[in-house]
Design a protein around this ligand. Structure first.
Ligand SMILES: NC(=O)C1=CN([C@@H]2O[C@H](COP(=O)(O)OP(=O)(O)OC[C@H]3O[C@@H](n4cnc5c(N)ncnc54)[C@H](O)[C@@H]3O)[C@@H](O)[C@H]2O)C=CC1
Length: 372
């Protein structure tokens, strides 16, 4: 049976408005039929449910672009090794998924739609299983990393430096998932904030979010000498190595992390493009990495760092919201653009740049990561 993306998308759009109910049903069914799988998941399932649905949404809406989809599923398959997922688990997940879609898209369901879902799921599962199997020969399922630096830069923000015990290969701009011993089986993603280093250390920028178990544990209950677990590096927002264009980076809050890695890697490459880094925060004391960026700026004359503050009327530098300040600063139509930060800021920045004539292919952001 060949893939039929149209039927999959049409039936999926019936489920999207009741996503919460459908994902709760999916996990209920999965654990009822396979109780031994429950122990692989964290006690609280809320974030897991959101993640499942956002991955599923991305897969369904990318069925027409097989290359991008294969890359995403390959990363997802490799990443699932850290949970202990093996090939037979995909059958259990596939059965629960099909039962869920059949139930929530009952009004439109027929044999053709069922066949379309079966072939889409088995193609996706095979890509994930294949990627995990080839990865198993060359790479660990997860890494242990010692905390070798922990700087509290603001009440809610810390910069952590970690030394993985095995080599961790990654591209600038990628992110890793992190688990702390305080919250077993709970993983959260953070971007690596540096270009690859000879000593294999990586730096993460962490802001504690309300109710954020891992971010709070990393900021308040983690110190030098502690050990964390890391998943494999993921993400596609990496620098265009052969480009000769100048570069614009728009960083909102800790969304700075992957952009700093990209800027460092461009500098290390020996290229000399002009780089503008717009770096936004709500208040001046949340510009937690400014001293470091100013040091970088003084060592590389083609880099300009432009701090922007949105929520502090007395601030004497550039004030306003990043998307609008970036737009009014100058025209960026001939630049490679990288954008990262809160989803609303990223979407609005992309919308304005596109409106000004920057082609979408030259605007890079990491959708899955930025929306987590
Ligand atoms: N820590 C990390 O490694 C990474 C974090 N991120 C994401 O970056 C975000 C960082 O959040 P915070 O540091 O709390 O940033 P924040 O909420 O303090 O905002 C930072 C900047 O974005 C602007 N902004 C915020 N919402 C906006 C909107 N709706 N429209 C226009 N401008 C807006 C603010 O004015 C400010 O200049 C999070 O969503 C996080 O998921 C993304 C990648 C990596």
């Amino acid at each position: 049976m060949s893939l039929n993306p149209r039927l999959v998308k049409e039936s999926f759009s019936v489920i999207e408005p009741v996503a919460d109910k459908a994902t709760a049903y999916f996990y209920g069914r999965l654990f009822a039929e396979n109780p031994h799988l429950r122990g692989m998941f964290p006690p609280a399932m809320d974030v897991q449910r959101d993640r499942l649905f956002s991955s599923l949404t991305r897969i369904v809406w990318s069925l027409d672009s097989p290359d991008g989809l294969a890359g995403f599923l390959g990363q997802l398959g490799r990443d699932h090794r850290k949970y202990g997922v093996i090939a037979e688990h995909y059958t259990a997940v596939g059965n629960a998924l099909l039962a869920t879609i059949r139930r929530f898209a009952a009004d439109v369901w027929n044999h053709e739609i069922e066949a379309a879902w079966v072939s889409a799921y088995s193609a996706a599962a095979n890509l994930m299983i294949g990627a995990a199997e080839s990865d198993a020969g060359v790479s660990p399922a997860w890494w242990l990393a010692e905390v070798v630096g922990h700087e509290r830069r603001h009440r809610d923000i810390a910069v952590l430096t970690l030394r993985p015990t095995q080599r961790l290969p990654y591209q600038p701009g990628q992110y890793v998932s992190v688990q702390t011993s305080r919250w077993p089986r709970v993983w959260r993603t953070f971007s690596i904030a540096n270009a690859p280093r000879a000593d294999n250390t990586i730096t993460l920028h962490v802001r504690s979010v309300p109710g954020g178990w891992v971010s709070t544990a990393l900021i308040r209950h983690t110190g030098v000498g502690d050990t964390l677990m890391l998943g494999p590096p993921m993400g596609t927002m990496t620098p265009r190595e052969n480009s000769v264009r100048d570069v614009l980076c728009v960083a909102g809050g800790t969304g700075l992390a992957p952009l700093k890695a990209i800027v460092e890697s461009i500098i290390a490459s020996g290229r000399r493009p002009a780089i503008h880094l717009m770096y936004g925060a709500r208040s001046a004391d949340e510009l937690y990495d400014l001293p470091d960026l100013i040091r970088l700026e003084s060592s590389f004359p083609w880099l300009r760092v432009l701090p922007v503050v949105s929520g502090q009327p007395g601030y004497e530098g550039m004030r306003g919201h990043l998307p609008e300040v970036t737009q009014r600063f100058r025209s960026w139509t001939d630049h490679d653009v990288y954008v990262c930060g809160p989803a609303g800021m990223v979407n609005e920045t992309v919308r304005r740049l596109q409106g000004d004539g920057v082609p979408l292919v030259r605007i890079h952001r990491d959708v899955a990561h930025a929306e987590r």
